[in-house]
Design a protein around this ligand. Structure first.
Ligand code: NDP
Length: 316
C-alpha cells in the first residue's frame, strides 16, 4: 500500500465512509452545519436499500417508496447542502494519530473526524456448491433477481423477516416458493411469518438444511438434510435465495476500533462515539438489533451532531 498524500494537504472536517441511510443522513446534517463533509460513498453506493423494492415503513412516504428512489432523494439532499462525493471504496484507514487517515487506493484523505457508515452485507451458507452457482441460480437478493425466476419453483433459506419478505416477494414470479428453515419455528415477527404461512404459493420445509446445491450451467436441485431424522433427499428447484442474515462491513477497522465478537462496531451508549476520539459510527455497522433504514438514518443524525460537537470542543 502506497502512502501517497492528497496533493492539496486539505484536512477535511468530516469524512463519511459509506452511503446508505446512515451515511447520507450524517451528510445532510453535517453539510447543513456547514462542515462541508467529504463522503466516500463506495463503488456500490446507496447500501442495502439499493436492492430493496418497496419500502413501506419509512415515515413520510404514505404510499411507499422504492429503496433506490429513497436513496437518490437522500443523496440529492446531501449534495444540495454541499456534500462532496467520491464514488470509490476506502482501502485502508489509520486512526492511530490525528488527523485521521483514510485511503482510497493510493490517494490519502485527512480528516479531523470520520463517520463510519459502512453497513452490513448478506451472509451465505458457505457451501462450495453454493459458491459455484452464484448468479447462476443462487442469489442473496430476491428483489434484484426475483424477476428472472418466472414460473419456476424456487427456495428461500432462513427463518427471519428477510426470508419471509423475500418468499412473499418471490411469489409474484415463481410458481412455488419453498422456505427451508433449520428449526421448527420462525424467528420472524408474527405479522411477517403469518403473511408467508398464509400465502398459498409458499410451502415451509422445517428442520432442514441445504447440504448441496446441484446443477449444470444453472441450479436445478438441492440436496436437503432433515436435521431431526438425518434423512437426505434431493429436491428439484430452479433457484435458491439465501436470507440468513448479515455481516457488518468492518474488515477495514480491525485492530483500530473496538468491535463485538460478531464484528459489529461498539459505540458508547446513547451516542455514536467509538473508542477512538473523533471517530463515530452509525447505521448497521454498529447496530445488530434494529437494522432498519429509519434507525440507521436516526443514528446518522446522531453521528453528525456528535462530530460537530466534538469539533467544537476541540476549538475548531
Ligand atoms: P435474522 O438474523 O433475523 O434471521 C436469520 C435467519 O437465518 C434465522 O432464522 C436463522 O436461523 C437463519 N440462519 C442463520 N444462519 C443460518 C445458516 N448458516 N443456515 C441456515 N439458516 C441460517 O436476519 P434477517 O435478515 O431475517 O433480519 C435481520 C433484521 O432485519 C431483523 O431485525 C429483522 O426484523 C429486520 N428486518 C425487518 C424487515 C421489515 O420489518 N420489513 C424486513 C427484513 C428484515 P435461526 O432462527 O435458527 O437462528
Amino acid at each position: 500500500m502506497t502512502s501517497a498524500k492528497n496533493p492539496t494537504d486539505t484536512v477535511e472536517n468530516v469524512i463519511i465512509v459509506g452511503s446508505g441511510p446512515a451515511g447520507l443522513t450524517a451528510a445532510v446534517y453535517s453539510s447543513r452545519a456547514n462542515l462541508k463533509p467529504l463522503m466516500i460513498e463506495g463503488e456500490e453506493a446507496g447500501g442495502q436499500l439499493m436492492i430493496t423494492s418497496d419500502v413501506e415503513n419509512y415515515p413520510g412516504f404514505s404510499h411507499g417508496v422504492t429503496g433506490p428512489e429513497l436513496m437518490a432523494e437522500m443523496r440529492k439532499q446531501a449534495e444540495r447542502f454541499g456534500t462532496r462525493f467520491i464514488t470509490r471504496n476506502v482501502t485502508k484507514v489509520d486512526f492511530s494519530s490525528r488527523p485521521m487517515k483514510v485511503w482510497v487506493g493510493d490517494t490519502l484523505y485527512l480528516g479531523k473526524t470520520v463517520i463510519i457508515a459502512t453497513g452490513a452485507s448478506a451472509q451465505y451458507l458457505g457451501l462450495e456448491s453454493e459458491r459455484a452457482f452464484y448468479n447462476k441460480g443462487v442469489s442473496a437478493c430476491a428483489t434484484c433477481d426475483g424477476a428472472f425466476f418466472k414460473n419456476v419453483e424456487v427456495a428461500v433459506v432462513g427463518g427471519g423477516d428477510t426470508a419471509m419478505e423475500e418468499a412473499n416477494f418471490l411469489t409474484r414470479f415463481a410458481s412455488k416458493v419453498y422456505i427451508i428453515h433449520r428449526r421448527d419455528s420462525f424467528r420472524a415477527s408474527k405479522i411477517m411469518a403469518d403473511r408467508a404461512l398464509k400465502n398459498p404459493k409458499i410451502q415451509v420445509i422445517w428442520d432442514t438444511a441445504v447440504v448441496e446445491v446441484i446443477g449444470d450451467k444453472f441450479v436445478n436441485a438441492l440436496k436437503l438434510k432433515n436435521l431431526k431424522t438425518d434423512a437426505v433427499t434431493t429436491m428439484p428447484i430452479g433457484g435458491l435465495f439465501i436470507a440468513i442474515g448479515h455481516k457488518p462491513n468492518t474488515e477495514l477497522f480491525k485492530g483500530q476500533l473496538q468491535m463485538a465478537d460478531n464484528g459489529y462496531l461498539i459505540t458508547e451508549a446513547k451516542s455514536s462515539r467509538t473508542n477512538v476520539p473523533g471517530v463515530f459510527a452509525c447505521g448497521d455497522v454498529q447496530d445488530h438489533t434494529y437494522r432498519q433504514a429509519i434507525t440507521a438514518a436516526g443514528s446518522g443524525c446522531m453521528a453528525a451532531i456528535d462530530a460537530e460537537r466534538w469539533l467544537e470542543a476541540q476549538g475548531e
